[in-house]
Design a protein around this ligand. Sequence first.
Ligand SMILES: NC(=O)c1ccc[n+]([C@@H]2O[C@H](COP(=O)([O-])OP(=O)(O)OC[C@H]3O[C@@H](n4cnc5c(N)ncnc54)[C@H](OP(=O)(O)O)[C@@H]3O)[C@@H](O)[C@H]2O)c1
Length: 340
Amino acid sequence: MARTAFVLGGTGMIGRAVVPRLRDVGWDVTLGSRGEREHAPGLEGARFAPVDRREPGSLERAVADGADVLVDVLAMRPADAEQLLGLAGRVGSLVAISTASVYAGTDGRVLDDMQGPDDFPDYPVPIPESQPTAPPGESTYSREKAAMERLLLEQDALPATVVRPCAIHGPGDRQAREWFFVKRALDRRPYVVLAYRGASRFHTTSSANLGELVRLAAERPGTRAVNCGDPEPPTVLEIGRSVARILDHEWVEVLLAGGEEVGGTPWSAPAPLVVDMTAADHELGYRPVTRYDEWLERTVEYLVAATRDRPWQAAFPVGARYLRFDYEAEDACVRSLAAR
Ligand SMILES: NC(=O)c1ccc[n+]([C@@H]2O[C@H](COP(=O)([O-])OP(=O)(O)OC[C@H]3O[C@@H](n4cnc5c(N)ncnc54)[C@H](OP(=O)(O)O)[C@@H]3O)[C@@H](O)[C@H]2O)c1
């Protein structure tokens, strides 16, 4: 009989990458979501179960028939971990999507606390899973994730793999970091202005690689944390060049020494955030299925198509909260550099 997987939050970007990988090797997959998000390509062949995980009893009802593995794309806070552990007896194991931003630097700092570049955590390069994570404290995204992780990792009711991806991209991405460069290329900007000389390296995670890692974790239940970052993580300069190449555009790169407001990108940081992929290889036999620049073609295709018939802010509601296209400020910056 086919192994069964329930993917909670399965109709989003990560679901679109996880579902085909599980189905390709014969898993019987059910997707759970509230049904607000449309079912995109890649989800064919999976069953759908309406569920709102925040509604008491809803998840329990949705997995009443049991599943060999429950993949939780939306494990955000300790209450979510408690809810998952309450499914012991109904599900055989768990895979929960966390984030690499749970890591604390060797100076104890975490990304969420950053007020300026001097606060960037002092991370080892690369960061192994043994690096301490955010201590409990004010409830921020990474601290909540770290607390959620601890509950899953420090129990023996259910095997639970915690996966720590970095800056994810792929079809279905509503954060849409790559839109930063894609829009500039579509607008035929003559130059791009980049802070930190475009040398920042903030590890990327292609959704296809994440899908593969989740598949392996589903097939080898165990309690552990594993990083998930692409092979040879690109710099900001390399990300911009790859987008420009895909969209057949050329721009002049204006490289600023510091982290000024003009020139900041979604990956800009004063020091690297790069994760160690050795444990995924040793524990799960993980091998990446794609490279950043290869999977980027799918991301760019999706970003362009998603904005064809609606404003980009509607297509990428998460990105709309922080992506900036202040061309006037960039023009002024370039003019002032030229005048020197
Ligand atoms: N983006 C990144 O760079 C990044 C980096 C590290 C970690 N992560 C982690 O990745 C996860 C987000 O994954 P994603 O990008 O695939 O998300 P997504 O594209 O926004 O998809 C979210 C999915 O969850 C469903 N959903 C939302 N609220 C729900 C609820 N209350 N009950 C049931 N289903 C619900 C949505 O469908 P409906 O709306 O129809 O319910 C959809 O299927 C988060 O855990 C985040 O912390 C992201």
